[in-house]
Design a protein around this ligand. Structure first.
Ligand code: TXA
Ligand code: MG
Length: 326
């Protein structure tokens, strides 16, 4: 059930989390499906509801950097501690760091790894829930495994509503794509998933950062499974398919207005930004893909963009969605 994030509902949500059940809540990136990160049964329930493989670890959310010791085990005075300190200027925000884990985190959360992915979200509802429950909250994106991440409470309700106790409504997510994940476990910190926080921003704070996870990385690289983030309808980049090969019912998700709506009788055309602003594109992208996926189309065409700034993350998600096996 979708509820407003009133103080009473936040208090109830915290009760639900503390009792080992699930609550979906907004973050500035996407909606998360939350459970007590210290409770093995609660964490397992997340995997069941999402139908997610148990080897794919979850992100743990804490209210502030000062609580990171509850879930992480970063030796004081180490190089990693210093890197973490420098990165903490980006928190609360759309950044997740992978560091050695503490024994307090339930095994199931980390998928058998010695490390944990931690994030301090900025969304006021996420912050309120973390403070009220006073425990770290494990939360992956609140979508069925491999489907497009949710950026509104309605998105969560439509596919997982029947299985979740409560969905806190925080409106549409500001960032719209999942957090940047950087692993501090590697000798050279490595970006495991690009996001709104760019490689350049990280480099300015901690020096050299590997932008593509190396094949031999010991950590599991998120999104490595090639059918992540995808709608059920076949998706292709605009231009990858000749117009003469278009099926009858085609949707176009474009980044800016232009003349293309007259070149083919598209069944649906969605324009993500009136000026092609990529932050706005990221914010609205998943919602548009879900909408087009509900229209009974045979093909969805989507624009591409230069891989700079948040464009790196947009293209990462779209490439995976276009490559999806069905
Ligand atoms: O923006 C976000 O990060 C959202 C919100 C809800 O916080 N969460 C999110 O979670 O996108 P999820 O589960 O959809 O993606 C988490 C990714 C997974 O693909 C997983 O492989 C990776 O984080 N991950 C988690 N723990 C890890 C670890 N110890 N080492 C490497 N990767 C890890
Ligand atoms: Mg996800």
């Amino acid at each position: 059930m979708i509820v407003k994030p009133s103080p009473e509902n936040i208090a109830r949500a915290a009760e639900i989390i503390r009792s080992g059940e699930l609550v979906a809540f907004p973050t500035e990136t996407v909606y998360g499906l939350g459970a007590d990160a210290t409770n093995q049964q609660a964490a397992k329930r997340i995997f069941e509801v999402k139908q997610r493989p148990f080897e794919d670890p979850l992100i743990v959310h804490v209210a502030s950097i000062s609580e990171i010791d509850q879930v992480a085990n970063v030796p004081r005075g180490s190089r990693m501690a210093e890197q973490l300190e420098r990165l903490s200027g980006l928190w609360p925000g759309p950044l997740t760091v992978v560091v050695p884990r503490s024994g307090r985190v339930a095994e199931a959360v980390c998928g058998g790894l010695d490390s944990v992915a931690v994030r301090v979200p900025a969304h006021p509802v996420a912050q309120a829930l973390l403070k009220a429950s006073a425990i770290p909250i494990a939360a992956p994106s609140a979508n069925p495994f491999s489907y497009v991440s949710p950026t509104s409470a309605e998105h969560v309700e439509s596919l997982l509503g029947s299985q979740i106790e409560m969905i806190l409504d925080g409106g549409n997510c500001q960032v719209g794509i999942e957090s940047t994940i950087v692993s501090l476990i590697e000798d050279t910190p490595a970006i495991l998933r690009p996001g709104k926080i760019t490689a350049q921003q990280l480099q300015e704070l901690i020096g050299p950062v590997a932008e593509r996870p190396r094949k031999a990385a010991t950590t599991m690289a998120p999104g490595m499974m090639d059918h992540h983030y995808s709608p059920r309808t076949p998706l292709a980049f605009y231009g990858a398919i000749a117009k003469s090969d278009y099926p009858k019912r085609v949707g176009l998700v474009r980044f800016a207005p232009d003349m293309r709506s007259s070149e083919f009788p598209y069944s649906a055309v969605t324009t993500l930004s009136s000026r092609g602003n990529l932050d706005e594109v990221a914010q609205k992208l998943f919602s548009a893909l879900r909408e087009h996926d509900s229209l009974g189309l045979e093909l969805i065409l989507v624009d591409s963009c230069p891989e700079e700034g948040i464009g790196v993350a947009i293209m990462d998600r779209l490439r995976k969605a276009c490559a999806a096996r069905r």
